[in-house]
Design a protein around this ligand. Structure first.
Ligand SMILES: [Zn+2]
Length: 409
């Protein structure tokens, strides 16, 4: 069963981080378990597993593990790309069980690790990454899952076509005034503040209360193309997304069209430093590389957003997540009033953050191209110039500053 082996080396090869290709060998015959596979994708986000069809690809994965575990294997080294390392130089810990003595897989291991599974697609990425030389990731045009469906996001919002819906009343923000030390991470696609703990929205014609889960951004170095949505054809410097989930944890698994509520805020250049954003901006230098995180200085969500009385103007439509698998489960709210950041604050995102471990590709243009509106209708909260018809309470509520929630710490 053991063919002429490439010998597994214990020396990790940093070159692997920039992407490599596994070529299958026709003699192999099964797949690696999901855990090992996701570990592979996490560790090498730009890897492409190259094979003519799903079954041989699964074989390649299994064989890579086999090579690692046994110091012998059935896999031929990559042949099409001479600059790529041979499989024999795979670091021993990259697919589990590093340093094991040479042996055949036991029947139980074979059952556990090599059960036939659907093959995951190549890792997704943005256009700017896909067009890098030697890149093997899938750019937006090749995204799979629901990304090819017809109710996708982002879209251009044509304000003259947006229909006034009187039910689109102001939101209630619950816990947005809590001052907290948020954990923020570079997830290889964006920068993400993890929010799950006591922040909710209600109102705004949502069927129920939604819990804030995370806040992330999209941006460019060019101030007119960093937003995902556009309004009357105009893109902004950045776009902030606060992702919420419906109801309680028990209903989270359900895939309804309104499972998520995402609040989208455009960001444009302002004259002053935005102090509400400073804790996030200052954290960026600690999370330059993908899969790293840090804790921000104390801050609250409310201080990052425009004043409450401005948040009564918004657009509403049903769409999707803007990253794979592009689930069509999102009630979108795109606010008219932009957040203003100083240009130095905006540029920090492109200069401090990187897509890759080797810090060669700055994280920017993490923006999905516009999608067709199709047969969908965009609604707006109310017609312009009707400010005085708002409930008095909306106008009179003062802008609260952050509350220190020391009892929660
Ligand atoms: Zn987003």
């Amino acid at each position: 069963m053991i063919a002429t082996p490439p010998v597994a080396s214990s020396v990790p090869d940093p070159a692997l981080g920039s992407g490599f290709v596994l070529k299958h060998h026709a003699a192999a015959s099964c797949s690696v378990g999901a855990g090992l596979r996701s570990q592979l994708y996490r560790r090498y986000p730009r890897v492409t597993l190259c094979a003519p069809s799903p079954a041989p690809l699964a074989s390649a994965l299994r064989c890579a593990w086999f090579v690692q575990g046994t110091s012998a294997g059935k896999l031929s080294p990559p042949t099409s790309q001479t600059s790529l390392p041979e499989l024999g130089t795979l670091p021993l810990d990259w697919i589990g069980g590093g340093g094991q003595p040479s042996r055949e897989l036991s029947a139980a291991e074979d059952e556990r690790e090599c059960s036939p599974l659907p093959v995951e697609p190549a890792h997704w990425c943005y256009e700017i990454q896909a067009k890098e030389p030697n890149s093997h990731c899938q750019g937006p045009a090749d995204w799979s899952g629901d990304c090819k469906k017809t109710h996708q996001s982002p879209i251009n919002i044509d304000t003259t076509e947006a229909k006034v819906n009187p039910d689109l009343k102001p939101f209630t923000f619950i816990g947005y005034d809590q001052k907290k030390k948020w954990v923020v991470k570079n997830d290889g696609h964006s920068v993400k503040m993890m929010l799950a703990d006591g922040s909710f929205i209600a109102g705004g014609d949502l069927p129920t209360q939604y819990q804030a889960v995370q806040l992330h951004l999209h941006w460019s170095q060019e101030f007119d193309r960093g937003s995902e949505h556009s309004i009357d054809g105009k893109h902004f410097a950045m776009e902030v997304h606060i992702v919420h989930e419906k109801g309680t944890s028990s209903s989270k698994g359900q895939d309804s069209k309104d499972k998520n509520a995402v609040l989208a805020f455009m960001v444009e250049v302002g004259d002053e430093m935005n102090q509400g954003f400073q804790p996030l901006v200052e954290a960026l230098s600690h999370i330059s590389k993908p899969d790293t995180n840090t804790t921000m200085k104390e801050s609250c969500l409310q201080d990052m957003l425009p004043k409450k009385e401005k948040l009564v103007h918004y657009f509403r439509y049903l769409g999707s997540l803007t990253t794979p698998n592009c689930d069509e489960t999102v009630v979108w709210t795109v606010f008219k009033e932009p957040i203003k950041l100083h240009k130095d604050q905006i540029l920090k995102f492109s200069t401090e953050l990187y897509y890759d471990e080797g810090k060669k590709l700055p994280m920017k243009d993490n923006v999905r191209p516009l999608q067709q509106l199709g047969n969908r209708q965009v609604f707006r909260s109310h017609a312009p110039g009707q400010l005085l018809s708002l409930p008095l309470t909306t106008l009179l509520v003062p802008t609260l500053t952050c509350l220190v929630t020391s009892f929660l710490q």
